[in-house]
Design a binder for this molecule. Structure first.
Ligand code: 4AZ
Length: 220
């Protein structure tokens, strides 16, 4: 068994993750909730995953460009005692300079070779997508990077920026709002390397897809 991606629980037996995480991994797919630690030695702890009953990949997901990198997993059972993340009801947290959190068990450097045992958390800020539009980046994506990126007086920081990396895909880019609720703003999707100057992480936008997500949740 391998652990390869993150996800978030939306409630109503529905987990949201990246489409590219599951497009090739549909056999034996299981979801593990509420872990802050992965334990490879005592694998029995990992045995009680929740099975997935149905997979809904966004109809506009493009596996080449990773546009619309969103999928929903419908579970067999409601997970026990797992808090939900809220969907955004406005696009305000997508605005440049908004500080957001990311988390995952992914690599902590580009040259890593194994995912982390402890869940890692980091802070990134939303960057203005207009500065990053290329043939690879479109408006179904958000760009976010190290908060130090907007401090122009830090030329000594040339690498080692806070960023998502391999293994973090599908995990949340989120904001703890003024009511202490976590709001899902994006999902870790891809990037050129990890933590490199000029190459912030790319996230799937959630706000844009809220009506599709709600529709699919009510249907299942
Ligand atoms: C990945 O392979 C991946 N630096 C996720 C995020 C980033 C790079 C790679 C962003 O899952």
């Amino acid at each position: 068994m391998t652990t390869f991606c993150g996800g978030s629980y939306l409630g109503n037996k529905t987990v949201i993750t990246s489409a590219h995480c599951i497009a090739y991994n549909i056999l034996e797919l299981q979801v593990f909730f509420g872990l802050s630690e992965l334990n490879y030695i005592h694998t029995p702890y990992m045995k009680n995953g929740t099975r997935v009953k149905a997979i809904h990949i966004h109809p506009l997901f493009d596996p080449l460009s990773l546009s619309n990198d969103i999928a929903l997993l419908t579970l067999d059972d409601e997970p026990y005692n797992i808090s939900t993340i809220r969907l955004p009801d406005n696009p305000f947290f997508e605005l440049p300079n908004t500080s957001l959190s990311i988390l995952g068990f992914g690599y902590t450097s580009e040259n890593d070779y194994m995912i982390e045992h402890q869940l890692q958390i980091g802070e990134v800020i939303v960057l203005d997508i207009r500065n990053f539009i290329t043939t690879y980046i479109d408006n179904t994506m958000l760009i976010a990077g190290d908060p130090r990126l907007n401090i122009h007086s830090s030329p000594s920081i040339s690498h080692g920026y806070t960023d998502a990396c391999k293994g973090d895909s599908g995990g949340p880019l989120f904001k703890n709002n003024e009511n202490n609720q976590d709001v899902l703003v994006g999902m870790t999707s891809w990037g050129y390397g990890c933590g490199e100057e000029g190459h912030p992480g790319v996230y799937a936008r959630i706000y844009q897809h809220v009506s599709w997500i709600r529709k699919m949740m009510n249907m299942s």
